[in-house]
Design a protein around this ligand. Structure first.
Ligand SMILES: NC(=O)c1ccc[n+]([C@@H]2O[C@H](COP(=O)([O-])OP(=O)(O)OC[C@H]3O[C@@H](n4cnc5c(N)ncnc54)[C@H](OP(=O)(O)O)[C@@H]3O)[C@@H](O)[C@H]2O)c1
Length: 337
């Protein structure tokens, strides 16, 4: 049983990257953190970090694509600590390559983990939060859920679905006056082990599209959202990408495709050695930072100045909508006869 007043947080994908840094940050506030992922050595290592940071850890080996395991995760968390305050749906995998070359099994698995896994998380925790009359669900999506790119189409489809999940859920919970709050986190590229774990059918290792930020920029936004309900929080350049997409999808197509850069930027000059965490976890004890780029930005200025302030974020959206309106008013589209 958790100490009364101790916040109880469940994090999926807690053993690496963003999830692991989020676990550390909640632990530093004295939280009880339920750590879910598949690989036991990395979960154990994360649990030690949580304890060292001042939190209480519960290790729960879980595959988020398997419904009974996710259901068990929620029930075990509540049994151990008496309630759940925050549920962070964060686990994800990816596979890189043109849709033409990706095996159907890989596509299915990405959709199962990245989309179905988040739906399962919501389904498992929602009855508990509704019964409590309070709780926060935080879904980690991606800027690529707003604007898809080539070479990781199944991942983009999953993240776009995740955005739909939370948009609908937010309204349902508001209508039901359930006390359940829903925040979507939309990061840009983050330097985590994600790029070394992802499967590749490109012949080379994948790379993050710059600019790249450190995992703590996202973890800080997640911890912030636990105390300050927000509709969504963009991290870094994901916000500009989303605004550009709203402004003109065709222009965004053109900018991304200039010189084939959206393809080149996603490829490392390093041959692929068949790494993949699609069906099996990475056997190592894991890490927060990926070390894929020489320099990752420690924080997102956008998130600190605008992203976490609803009024400013609204103004930015209105400004982009205004520009869009101007564009629509001044264009002469061809008409269907
Ligand atoms: N890195 C980026 O550039 C970036 C950008 C935008 C959004 N995001 C999002 O941020 C979130 C975290 O990504 P990250 O960069 O921190 O990746 P990461 O370092 O690869 O961590 C992924 C985590 O998910 C777990 N996981 C994978 N498959 C799982 C499954 N079937 N069941 C349970 N857990 C599973 C992994 O542990 P096991 O393998 O042991 O299960 C690991 O703990 C993801 O939702 C990702 O889409 C990342």
């Amino acid at each position: 049983m958790g100490t009364t007043g101790q916040r109880v947080v469940v994090i999926t994908g807690a053993s690496s990257g963003i999830g692991r840094e989020t676990a550390r940050q909640f632990a530093a506030q004295g939280a009880a953190v339920v750590l879910a992922a598949r690989g036991k050595p990395a979960l154990q290592a994360t649990a030690e970090e949580v304890t060292r940071a001042g939190g209480t850890a519960l290790v729960m080996p879980t595959d988020v694509a398997v419904w009974p395991q996710v259901q068990h995760l929620a029930q075990a968390a509540r049994e151990r600590f008496g309630r759940i305050d925050v549920w962070v749906n964060n686990a994800a995998v990816s596979g890189y390559g043109e849709l033409n070359t990706l095996p159907v099994e890989a596509i299915d698995r990405i959709l199962d983990v990245d989309l179905r896994g988040q739906v399962y998380g919501v389904k498992a925790v929602l009855p508990i939060l509704r019964e409590q009359g309070h709780g926060t669900i935080i879904g980690v999506s991606s800027g690529l859920g707003v604007r898809a790119v080539p070479l990781m189409i199944p991942y983009c489809i999953a993240k776009s679905g995740v955005n739909a999940l939370y948009e609908g859920l937010r309204l349902e919970e508001r209508h039901a006056k359930s006390g359940v709050r829903v925040t979507t986190i939309l990061p840009a590229s983050i330097d985590t082990p994600f790029y070394d774990s992802a499967a590749s059918w490109m012949g080379v290792r994948p790379a993050p599209i710059p600019p790249v930020y450190r995992p703590r920029a996202v973890a800080e936004a997640i911890v912030f959202a636990a105390d300050h309900p927000r509709r969504d929080i963009y991290i870094g350049a994901a916000a500009q990408l989303a605004m550009l997409q709203r402004l003109s999808p065709a222009l965004t197509d053109r900018l991304l495709a200039v010189g084939g850069q959206v393809f080149g930027r996603q490829q490392r000059n390093e041959p692929d050695r068949g790494q993949s965490n699609l069906t099996e976890p990475t056997p190592s004890s894991g890490a927060v930072d990926g070390g894929v780029v020489r320099f990752a930005l420690p924080r997102s200025r956008w998130t600190r100045l605008v992203g976490s302030h609803p009024a400013l974020a609204r103004s930015a959206a209105i400004a982009s909508a205004g520009t869009l309106g101007w564009r629509l008013a001044h264009r002469r589209p061809a008409r269907l006869r």
